[in-house]
Design a protein around this ligand. Structure first.
Ligand code: SF4
Ligand code: SF4
Length: 958
């Protein structure tokens, strides 16, 4: 295999096709030619992979006896390169003819794409080569249609290894290799398994890389995949996780549908996608979309859930007494429209909006500001989040407005504000490439932030030490240099133990501590009580491993910490995050490339929605809601005189208030707390108790069953707006499709309600709203719809015309009042509900790669539902054996709050005594079991720890 030569700062000058070209030493001839605008055809090469030089299509004449493969041959001073002599073109034509002779006849199944985007056939066109009649057809290496959305035609494969390198080098999934010998050689998934049965995660990177018809997308919802030239291209952003990958939708305008999606160049995601971004967009075409406003019929009162499952006869209490009563769920586990819709009647928009405005105004008049609350959505755009909080604050004079950030990183944000004065990341996920050591903790990034995880895996291949710390041995542990499988809820003890050892070894950055931090002595005193042996006793991680982590972290020239909800979703979430801040601060690992703090944000726009003030304690740009000066400023900006002087209630507090008769009227835009909030039985009671609930959503969700009015909204595919990802990258999402029926864009609906309660708004477009956002929020200064460009920009950005924005923050000072990082020591505290003889297991909840939150989008996506169709409880093999439950067998999982029955996945990734259940599935809703204890500072619930009992069950109980 040819070894690629790395470019350096030295330059070389050569001649290519008579043109003098100067490039960095080590540049390949192919790259130099490309930079000079000279196209050299390739088949096996892709700039994103290390070159292998096997196909010989890119050969050039360098004056040597043999042609040189330009993708691997380095430029040399004085070299005279010819790229398109008659001999070279003849060689390429012959090579194309030979490869073509071995191809199956065009159009043969299962080749799903047409020929326009097939690079080999494009070369055939370029060189005027056609497949000779009468040649034996290439057949025999077989086809593989086992993956729901990817077709494999081995006969079309030219063994260029682009798919192998895409899978290994880009995504770090290491699925594809080769099997067979001679003519029978073919690509192989794992041990030559069918693709759909292999460890493939359907990221589609191999399809994007394949230059022939060997790996192709299958049509989704019968929309044929045609050449790009026959489709419209719309550049947008993935709607799922906070990584915010840039993508292009290829749209079939005749059919009004998306044909396929592909990754798009952007400094963060660099063209990569995961299965959700690449294949999970067809939910927007679901026949279950809401298309007309709905008003609850008089006969559907008194209020309460409408479907059998959401009414929850089966799941209330511990469930034992109700066995066998519940009706079987409908396939797919979604709200049963046939059962629920008859309880609503169709209405005009005017009738529905008038009713919403009248009822919320009446409740406000009777109960005051405290009687009203709003849940916005981190799935909506910045503009929509901004207008929603502005409506609740100026229309109803309350700060009772929140969204799912409360269930995600609220504790991280609290600790970050307290510690460094800013809740956003201090550096980007891509900066891991500059880190000597990266700690990934309380996170399952291969499932939750898959594209970010591909950069972590890639960094490790290039020398970064990855330390993975988590109670579950998730896939990331396969890619870690050090893996610490700590006991759930022991993070503070672990990090105190590491810091104890860092200090003992003298590996702190004393200069940084003295000049950039405060309160170090108190921190040092606290961690003094956590020698590795004590930390080991609490965490279950060997003391020597803790020492190893401390040494690696303390000796790193640059270290960065990425964390997820395994850190934040605890009653000690703020303390957990305080420890991570201290870890970075005492070693000077913040404010330099390759170092810093990065809470991986969950939803696609949870960063932006928080920035916009969709939270009860902050106005836009994190200005304190209970600060009189701030309030006076926003009263001036918004032209109102009576903003709420107190902080509002959080998501969980609003539910509690509703139960006690405080909050009486709610506006819910795009949230589904029935499934997403802890202790569903409590949420059910709260929603039933409300005097008035309006739900604005794209589907009839479980929460909508409690609504008085349901407003049909648009999906992100049907509107323009900006979204801010986990890196602080503000990107434009563009309208791809028309909304179905009478569905309307959310910001217009919010404006219509605002005007019906007398606010007199007249925004004409999201662009206008964004201009107000930028005027109000210094962090977003200088950004405009025009300068965001196709890749978006990071904020803060002093010069968006020339710069992508600020990658590394806090180089000189932190955003605290005194500019210092405030170290806050934390003592380890046990979780609120520990295992007991009656409830001996620890339940941990989270997400699957294929699904998103309450499943309303992903369970209506063909690919995602096909790959992960059912709820499963993940159990350690020893536990499963002891309980007498085989893989695929059924189990009843019961906590003090409820009970669910679901299938068991026996998994070596779970530690004994622990059980993991994803929370996407309403028919086995994990949040029936979770506890609603909250972190005292961030007010985030303890989703990651409660005690449960597990028993074998049978299919009938499901
Ligand atoms: S879809 Fe992704 S994981 Fe699967 S084989 Fe292709 S590149 Fe690898
Ligand atoms: S990593 Fe996140 S943003 Fe990127 S494609 Fe996957 S779900 Fe979408």
């Amino acid at each position: 295999m040819a070894i690629p030569v790395q470019a350096t700062s030295r330059t070389v000058t050569l001649t290519i096709d008579g043109r003098e070209v100067t490039v960095a030493a080590g540049s390949t001839i192919w790259a130099a030619a490309k930079a000079a605008g000279i196209d050299i055809p390739v088949l096996c090469h892709d700039e994103r992979f290390d070159p292998v030089g096997v196909c010989r299509m890119c050969v050039v004449d360098v004056g040597a006896p043999a042609f040189a493969a330009s993708c691997v041959r380095a430029c040399e001073d004085g070299m005279d390169v010819k790229t398109a002599t008659p001999e070279l073109e003849s060689s390429r034509a012959m090579l194309t003819g030979l490869l073509l002779a071995d191809q199956p006849e065009p159009g043969r199944d299962p080749k799903q794409t047409t020929t326009g985007d097939n690079e080999l056939l494009a070369l055939a066109g370029r060189y005027g080569v056609s497949r000779e009649d009468g040649l034996p057809t290439a057949a025999g290496r077989g086809t593989d249609l086992s993956n729901p959305v990817i077709a494999v035609d081995h006969d079309s494969c030219i063994l260029c290894d682009r798919c192998v390198r895409a899978c290994d080098d880009i995504q770090g999934n290491d699925v594809i290799g080769r099997s067979g010998k001679g003519y029978a050689t073919r690509i192989a998934f794992d041990l030559n398994d069918p693709m759909g049965k292999s460890s493939c995660v359907t990221c589609g990177e191999c399809v994007a890389a394949c230059p022939t018809g060997a790996l192709t997308n299958k049509p989704i919802r019968s929309i044929p995949i045609r050449p790009r030239s026959e489709l419209d291209q719309v550049e947008s952003v993935c709607p799922y996780c906070g990584v915010g990958c840039a993508l292009t939708y290829h749209v079939d305008r005749e059919r009004g549908a998306i044909a396929f999606a592909e990754g798009r160049a952007q400094p963060g995601s660099q063209g990569r996608l995961c299965v959700k971004g690449r294949y999970g967009w067809d939910y927007a075409a679901s026949p279950q979309r809401l298309t007309v406003p709905l008003i609850r019929r008089d006969g559907a009162y008194p209020k309460g859930a409408l479907s059998t499952e959401v009414r929850g006869e089966m799941n209330a209490g511990d469930g034992q007494e109700d066995r066998g009563k519940r009706r079987r769920r409908k396939p797919g586990g979604l709200v049963d429209y046939d059962e629920v819709l008859p309880h609503f009647r169709e209405a005009t928009w005017d009738e529905a909006l008038d009713l919403v405005a009248r009822r919320l105004t009446e409740i406000h008049a009777a109960g005051g500001p405290a009687a009203i609350a709003g849940f916005g959505s981190a799935k909506c755009s910045n503009e929509e989040a901004y207008l929603f909080q502005k409506l609740i604050r100026t229309g109803f004079h309350t700060n009772n407005v929140d969204h799912c950030t409360r269930l995600c990183h609220a504790s991280s944000v609290f600790a970050l504000f307290e510690g460094i004065g800013s809740g956003a990341v201090s550096t980007t996920y891509g900066d891991v490439a500059n880190a000597d050591v990266a700690i990934v903790t309380g996170s399952n990034p291969t499932a939750n932030h898959p594209v970010a995880s591909s950069f972590f895996k890639q960094a490790r291949r290039r020398g970064t030490t990855i330390i993975y710390i988590d109670p579950r041995a998730d896939t990331m542990s396969d890619h870690a240099d050090i893996f610490c499988q700590l006991k759930p809820g022991t993070d503070v003890a672990f990090y105190n133990g590491v810091m104890h050892e860092v200090i003992r070894l003298g590996l702190t950055d004393t200069e940084f501590i003295e000049s950039r931090t405060s309160n170090y002595p108190a921190l040092a005193e606290t961690v003094q009580d956590y020698p590795p042996e004590r930390a080991a006793q609490i965490t279950g991680v060997d003391a020597d491993v803790i020492r190893r982590v401390a040494r690696a972290w303390g000796e790193a020239g640059a270290g960065v910490i990425f964390w997820g909800m395994g850190i934040s979703q605890h009653t000690t979430g703020t303390d957990n995050a305080r420890c991570l801040i201290a870890m970075c601060a005492i070693t000077g690992n913040i404010g330099r490339p390759g170092s810093g703090l990065h809470p991986l944000r969950g939803q696609n726009n949870v960063q932006g929605a928080s920035d916009m003030g969709l939270i009860p304690m902050f106005y836009p740009d994190y200005k304190k809601a209970d600060d009189p000066e701030v309030r006076a400023r926003f009263e001036g900006i918004w032209g109102t005189g009576d903003l709420d002087p107190e902080r509002g209630l959080t998501v969980t507090e609003i539910i509690g208030s509703a139960l006690k008769g405080g909050v009486r009227g709610m506006y819910m835009m795009g949230e589904n707390p029935f499934l997403s909030d802890p202790n569903i039985n409590k949420v059910r009671k709260a929603l039933s108790t409300l005097d008035f609930l309006v739900v604005q959503d794209i589907f009839l969700t479980e929460t909508a069953e409690f609504a008085d009015v349901v407003l049909p909204a648009t999906s992100y595919l049907e509107k323009d707006g900006t979204y801010t990802n986990t890196d602080r990258r503000v990107q434009l999402g563009r309208k791809v499709l028309d909304p179905p029926g009478q569905a309307r864009v959310d910001w217009e609906v919010v404006q219509d309600i605002a005007n019906r309660v007398g606010l007199g708004w007249d925004y004409g477009s999201p662009r206008e709203v964004f201009e107000e956002i930028v005027a109000v929020m210094p962090s977003y200064a200088n950004l405009t719809y025009d300068n965001l460009g196709p890749a978006g920009k990071l904020y803060p950005n002093p010069d968006p015309e020339h710069s992508d924005g600020t990658v590394v923050m806090f180089g000189d000072r932190f955003k605290t009042d005194d500019g210092l990082a405030h170290l806050v020591p934390a003592e380890w505290l046990p979780a609120k509900e520990l295992p007991s003889p009656e409830y001996p297991f620890v339940l941990n909840t989270g997400r699957l790669l294929e699904h998103w939150h309450t499943g309303s989008m992903t369970r209506r996506s063909f690919a995602l539902d096909a790959i992960a169709p059912r709820a499963e409880a993940f159990l350690n093999p020893d536990d499963a054996a002891r309980l007498g439950i085989a893989d695929g067998g059924m189990a009843r999982v019961t906590s003090r709050r409820g009970s669910i029955v679901l299938a068991v996945r026996v998994s070596h990734r779970e530690a004994p005594g622990n059980c993991f259940i994803p929370f996407h599935f309403r028919e086995a809703a994990a949040n029936l079991l979770t506890i609603d204890e909250i972190d005292p500072h961030g007010k985030i619930p303890e989703f990651k720890f409660c005690a449960v009992r597990i028993e074998a069950a049978d299919e009938e109980q499901a």
